[in-house]
Design a protein around this ligand. Structure first.
Ligand SMILES: Nc1ncnc2c1ncn2[C@@H]1O[C@H](COP(=O)(O)OP(=O)(O)OP(=O)(O)O)[C@@H](O)[C@H]1O
Ligand SMILES: [Mg+2]
Length: 271
């Protein structure tokens, strides 16, 4: 279980994450939604300690992960696979080497610097690429891939870290709807088949509802909704997104009502 207690992250006078307390069970898939600037990315960055919280605590299975240094910090960051909107692959390296980068934290420094990987690690990388349907591109340079392909490679790189938690920060924001669906289906299958806890920042409510069992809504650094996705109602949406000038129900109907079958979550058949 991931337990977050009174987490606060402040940048000068700006409180990006404001007294957040949460507990996330092992194997959950949680969507985090909210307006731009609500604090979603900062929350994920605090969880994997890319960003040091101003105060508060985070623990994984009862072991504190805030304030870790050195090897313990690297171990925790290895356990937290990270996926970003802009994929963050090394453009000039081929696909398989990018995936093997996910193994670096398991290597000693010299081998890491020399990028020497064992046969088993290469086999593992290929198998993982097969899983995201990218094995055929193993030797292709990352900068020649489409966005959807790059994100699938980034997922493979995170998976070979053998993470317990996957933190995805707007993983589909730069993708077209078809690739977006594919990436979300992969994340959901990783969650269901491997039991990996997935926390996913999403900017479309529809996607969060379709793929995540639980939704956390953030506004101005605070959690304003935490519950089952299908129970998210108009009042909660107003708290998350604000009413703004436009009549709110108009805006919601366009984003919240499940679309036709072509976009339906295939995992409804699985679970
Ligand atoms: N490194 C930083 N230095 C200063 N302020 C920051 C930094 N990172 C985030 N912030 C501020 O913290 C607040 C929350 O930002 P954050 O990126 O977490 O929001 P977000 O919900 O992820 O938004 P978006 O949907 O646009 O990605 C914003 O006001 C932002 O300007
Ligand atoms: Mg963000």
């Amino acid at each position: 279980m991931l337990a977050i207690e009174n987490l606060k992250k402040q940048f000068g006078q700006n409180v990006a994450v404001d007294d957040v307390s949460l507990s996330i069970g092992t194997g959950e898939m949680v969507g985090i939604i909210g307006r731009s600037g609500a604090g979603k990315s900062t929350l994920l960055r605090c969880i994997n300690q890319l960003s040091e919280p101003t105060s508060g605590q985070i623990a994984w299975h009862g072991r504190r992960v805030t304030g870790l240094r050195g090897r313990s910090l690297r171990n925790w960051q290895r356990q937290c696979g990270m996926i970003f909107q802009q994929f963050n692959l090394v453009p000039r390296l081929d696909v398989i080497t990018n995936v093997l980068m996910g193994r670096l934290s398991y290597r000693n420094t010299i081998l890491s610097l020399m990028k020497v990987f064992a046969q088993e690690e290469r086999a593992m990388a290929i198998m993982t690429l097969e899983r995201v349907e990218m094995a055929a591109h193993a030797l292709q340079r990352a900068d020649t891939l489409s966005g959807g392909q790059q994100q699938r490679v980034a997922i493979a790189r995170a998976l070979v870290q053998e993470p317990s938690v996957l933190l995805a920060d707007e993983p589909i924001a730069s993708l077209d709807p078809r690739n977006a669906r594919k990436v979300m289906e992969i994340l959901r299958s990783i969650n269901m088949e491997d039991g990996i806890t997935v926390l996913c920042n999403l900017h479309t409510l529809d996607t969060a509802r379709r793929y995540c069992d639980r939704i956390i809504g953030m506004a101005a650094g605070k959690i304003v909704y935490d519950g089952l996705s299908h129970e998210l109602d108009l009042k909660s949406l107003q708290k998350i997104y604000g009413a703004e000038d436009q009549p709110f129900d108009e805006k919601i109907t366009s984003t919240s009502i499940p679309q036709g079958d072509d976009t339906a979550c295939p995992l409804t058949h699985v679970g």
